[in-house]
Design a binder for this molecule. Structure first.
Ligand code: SF4
Length: 345
């Protein structure tokens, strides 16, 4: 049987492991305490006996997810961590500082299958989905590196979280565990490019976790040009699922809309978008698209972005412009990349 990564373990898993190995049950909580504070290297688990640390190493993948590079933005202090996973895959995680405290943007997969035309993450292909513990590690290890508590998590980095649904739910369970990381569900946001069946499943959970949907277009014609997912899930179906989500959960949904010059940033687009979203419990988060080397898309000029927002507001659609963070270290939306150890992918 493949070894599990230590942060995939719940407290119950550890209790069972202790039972199976005739280890006193209080050790489970002790080990879980270390793991929940981001300590995955047994050498640092100073109150755990040596033979038990050895046994942990035999049975689980310990301490094998580490930061190999760190970049700090000179503009706003946004910090990007590059993580090496135990099998050589490389992912990126970004920590941003807001008035409310630190927020971390984590990756859900090494690479992405969704192929959005404007996204650097799609360019390097797909490696694999991350386990729930690898999602959690990005929160806990980044927190440790920052020396400060992470207040909120957005699952908006590399990958499509709903394409890794089981592990996403496992992660939410782990990160909200009051005996563990103890983050409130309302402080977590999951972002999808629009996998309708999973939006429906997620709605049925009645979870307090926030949902963001990457729309980036007011109609299928434009959406099809930039997001292949629109072939499987046309806009009407997608918006129907979003409406159902708001009705089932009573929670507001966020639509992400990146503005690309000459593609989706006209006032006609704003009018059409407002018409589609009318009456929905929603909020539009506008993003002045971030460029990356090799990208065919150009960011919308700031005047256009402002006009687009103004038009939405005139049409009574709540819209904000997302503050750009970490653009100088390629840490902003759509700029994250996957890699493999020893390659320059
Ligand atoms: S925008 Fe998101 S879903 Fe689309 S390719 Fe990039 S990571 Fe994948």
């Amino acid at each position: 049987m493949d070894k599990k990564f230590c942060l995939d373990l719940t407290l119950d898993d550890l209790k069972r492991w202790c039972d199976d190995n005739s280890v006193q049950s209080f050790r489970a909580k002790q080990i879980y305490g270390w793991l929940s504070s981001g300590v995955t290297d047994t050498a640092e688990m100073t109150n755990v006996p040596k033979d038990l640390r050895y046994k942990l190493e035999q049975d689980f993948i310990m301490g094998r997810m580490r930061v190999i590079e760190k970049y700090v933005s000179a503009i706003d202090g946004t910090t990007k961590f590059v993580y090496l996973l135990h099998d050589g895959n490389i992912i990126e995680t970004v920590v941003m500082r807001y008035k409310t405290g630190l927020s971390v943007c984590i990756s859900s997969q090494a690479g992405c299958k969704m192929g959005c035309a404007f996204c650097a993450s799609a360019k390097a292909g797909f490696g694999r989905s991350l386990t729930s513990g690898e999602l959690l590690a990005q929160v806990l290890v980044s927190q440790r590196e920052m020396g400060e508590k992470i207040r909120s998590v957005v699952v908006m980095g590399i990958g499509e979280p709903f394409d890794n649904y089981g592990n996403l739910l496992g992660f939410i369970k782990l990160v909200t565990d009051p005996d563990g990381a103890g983050l409130g569900a309302r402080h977590i946001t999951v972002s999808t490019c629009g996998l309708v069946p999973k939006i429906n499943e997620f709605a049925d959970l009645g979870s307090q976790v926030n949902l963001a949907v990457s729309l980036h277009a007011p109609n299928d014609d434009i959406r099809l040009k930039i997001m292949p997912v629109a072939r499987s899930y046309p806009m009407e179906e997608l918006l129907e699922a979003c409406r159902r989500y708001t009705e089932k959960t009573g929670r507001r949904i966020t639509f992400e809309y990146s503005l690309f010059a000459g593609v989706n940033d006209s006032l006609e687009c704003a009018d059409e978008l407002a018409g589609r979203l009318k009456g929905m419990l929603c909020h539009v988060n506008l993003i002045a698209a971030n460029e990356f080397p090799g990208s065919e898309f150009k960011r919308s000029p700031s005047g256009r972005v402002a006009a687009f927002r103004k038009r939405l507001e005139e049409l009574r659609i709540n819209a904000t412009l997302r503050r750009e963070m970490g653009t100088d270290i390629m840490a902003a939306c759509g700029q994250l990349r996957r890699g493999i150890e020893g390659s320059d992918v």
